[in-house]
Design a protein around this ligand. Structure first.
Ligand code: HEC
Length: 263
């Protein structure tokens, strides 16, 4: 084969791959959309969702989350704090739910400092129990937004365990962000303890417990038909970009404007 031919072949092969890839992605997205809609509309062919809920004690849930943090970290701890109790109160499908799989939420997902595992875990549970916004049951989505705001705006941790593993006073800080990196960083700066210290670990265990406590309060209110949305912030609606409310926190005075809809 001449050089030219090899080049031609590889170019056309690459184009073909790109073409097929784009097509496959398009088809997949289409199918996914269809699946989610049908699952929401009639329980789906294989999925039964949302799942049943029985009221839980927030304090007991928070204690479980606190202790579970030392086994499966923040996301796994929040998820287990609810799932373990619902396994006892309800059984399936909770019995088969692989709660420990969510250990990867640790450190803002495998240590990358993105969303903190505590709100991520809480929001997985809220949506498992209440269901998707596309089904008209908007509260699952809404509780998730409430959790994001609670996590960002509250001086955390709010929960103190019955038998703390660390006797040092654990100070509270407000993260102004759902990001693990910012939340942990602001606490470490204020408290003066490094990442690997027992104090930082106990702080995060208590943050997981505080989030589980809040989650169960919201779920219980929803269960009783008394739930009222706490947060009405939509970054997309207000700013034209996904994000959190405090733009200046990262951008300083120079907040960029996203492109607006073309006239
Ligand atoms: C957690 C930090 C953080 C927050 C909070 C944040 N941003 Fe950003 N944003 C960034 C970073 C980092 C980039 C990438 C900047 C770059 O590439 O120069 C970016 C990029 C952008 C961009 C696209 C790139 C550009 O320069 O035009 C827009 C628009 C933007 N942000 C708007 C906002 C608005 C509006 C808010 C508040 C509603 C906000 N951001 C909140 C960190 C943040």
């Amino acid at each position: 084969m001449s050089n030219e031919n090899i080049q031609k072949t590889s170019v056309s092969r690459r184009q073909m791959l790109i073409g097929t890839g784009a097509l496959a992605t398009g088809v997949m997205l289409g199918q996914l959309g269809g699946l989610v809609k049908s699952a929401a509309a009639k329980g789906g062919s294989t999925e039964k969702w949302p799942w049943p809920y029985k009221k839980l004690d927030p304090r007991k849930t928070a204690e479980i989350a606190y202790n579970e943090w030392y086994r499966v970290f923040c996301g796994g701890a929040v998820i287990n704090s609810v799932v373990q109790q619902l396994r006892e109160k309800i059984g399936e499908p909770y019995t088969s739910f692989p709660a420990d799989a969510f250990v990867f939420l640790e450190g803002g997902q495998v240590g990358w400092g993105t969303i903190c595992g505590s709100p991520a875990g809480a929001n997985i549970i809220a949506n498992l129990i209440i269901g998707p916004r596309i089904a008209g049951a908007h509260e699952g989505h809404q509780i998730a937004a409430d959790i994001m705001q609670f996590y960002s705006e509250t001086a955390l941790p709010t929960f103190k365990p019955a038998s703390p593993r660390v006797s040092t006073k654990i100070i509270t800080t407000t993260s102004d962000s759902p990001l693990c990196h910012i939340s942990v960083g602001r606490w470490m700066k204020a408290a003066g303890y490094p990442l690997k210290s027992p104090e930082r670990k106990d702080r995060c265990a208590r943050v997981a417990a505080s989030t589980a406590y809040r989650l169960v309060e919201l779920l219980n209110a929803w269960h009783d038909g008394k739930y009222e949305a706490q947060s009405d912030f939509s970054c997309g609606r207000e700013y034209g970009i996904t994000g959190q409310y405090n733009c200046e926190d990262c951008h300083g005075d120079n907040v960029p404007e996203p492109p607006q809809k073309k006239a």
